[in-house]
Design a protein around this ligand. Structure first.
Ligand code: ATP
Ligand code: MG
Length: 197
């Protein structure tokens, strides 16, 4: 391709992108859904928390399925004045499979999440690993969708977890599926501080 035709092509591309940027003039709270089997969902949510905190926005952080192992971001963020956190009490039991007990814990955490989703002071709500709660029927999908629909109109929500239900996909504005191409764990490398936890 000649230099001049390359320049023309880039010019056309720039005009197209500029016109799309001009068209995108709506501000509103959006729902970002991060799903799929690859690594990078919760850590992406934590990245968006950092972005929001940088603008002095308030963040509601709800984590389901929190194991006993604290993550680096828990240690870093736990006393941040702009974060209000609600964690499903640890001890979620794959082992005992105490379904009733887990359902009670999930419901109690959802009650706190709902407070966040009705508080216009909270600019960003993160619902980490909530997809499982819906898939296991610990939470009613319709309850979750209703609270999301009725949230303050400028409030953003970030949802993470594998196998997101169709209802969550339909209600979200931005949906990314993280594909698992390779994971270090399969080469017997245990979870590494600062990367995996
Ligand atoms: P991260 O918190 O690192 O962004 P994630 O939220 O995308 O990961 P989860 O399914 O919540 O993924 O799993 C969290 C933990 O499991 C992390 O330590 C992560 O490295 C690890 N993990 C994620 N995906 C895989 C995978 N495909 N195989 C093995 N381990 C994984
Ligand atoms: Mg995760």
């Amino acid at each position: 391709m000649s230099e001049s035709s390359y320049k023309k092509r880039m010019q056309r591309k720039k005009e197209y992108i500029d016109s799309r940027i001009d068209q995108a003039n709506i501000d509103k709270g959006i729902i970002v859904l991060l799903t799929g089997n690859g690594k990078g969902k919760s850590s992406s949510a934590m990245g968006m928390i950092c972005r929001a905190l940088g603008y002095d926005m308030k963040v509601g952080l709800v984590r389901y399925l929190k194991g006993d192992q604290q993550t680096g971001e828990d240690l870093f963020l736990e006393n941040h004045p702009n974060i209000i956190a609600a964690h499903m009490e640890s001890g979620f039991t794959w082992d005992t499979q105490d379904k009733e007990q887990d359902k009670i814990k999930a419901t109690a955490t959802w009650y706190e999440a709902k407070q966040f989703l009705s508080n216009p002071e909270i600019a960003v709500v993160v619902l980490d690993e909530i997809t499982y709660m819906i898939n296991y029927k610990y939470l009613e999908e319709s309850d979750v969708l209703e609270a999301l629909i009725n949230r303050p109109k400028d409030q953003h929500v970030v949802i993470t977890g594998r196998a997101a239900s169709q209802g969550l996909i339909d209600i979200s504005d931005t949906v990314s599926e993280v594909e698992d191409i390779k994971h270090a764990f399969r080469a017997n490398i245990r979870a590494q501080k600062g990367i995996d936890l």
